[in-house]
Every structure is written in structure tokens, then in C-alpha cells.
Design a protein. Structure first.
Length: 66
């Protein structure tokens, strides 16, 4: 999984639109994956999920606000 997250993050569109999700090394991708997995072992966050409001419009909401 780490290798695919790293590889996909290097895409030019990813660099352009979500530069904070570009992982220059496999180690950086692994650290981020580990952090995100750890966040979901308890309910303190950051638990944020995308919500489709209508075609083409998205909103990020904390999980408890739905």
C-alpha cells in the first residue's frame, strides 16, 4: 500500500491540486499512513469525511456533525 500511495501522490495533478498530499519518499508516505491509521483507533480525530452535496460540489465534515 505504501508504494502505491507514494507513486500516486507524485502525479502532476496531485501536485497541482493537493500539494500537501505529495509524498516525495516512501518513508514520508509510510509515516502519513501510520498517522492516519492511528487517528482512527480512537474517536478524538481528525475524523473528517467528504460529503457529496450535489453533482460537482463536495464538503468536508467532521464525522460527528452529520
Amino acid at each position: 500500500m505504501t508504494e502505491s500511495v507514494h507513486r500516486e501522490s507524485l502525479d502532476e495533478e496531485n501536485r497541482r491540486f493537493v500539494p500537501d498530499e505529495v509524498y516525495e519518499t516512501i518513508e514520508e508516505a509510510a509515516q502519513t499512513i501510520g498517522f492516519l491509521i492511528a487517528c482512527y483507533t480512537h474517536s478524538q480525530g481528525p475524523l473528517v469525511y467528504p460529503v457529496l452535496l450535489k453533482a460537482g460540489i463536495y464538503r468536508l465534515c467532521p464525522s460527528g456533525s452529520l
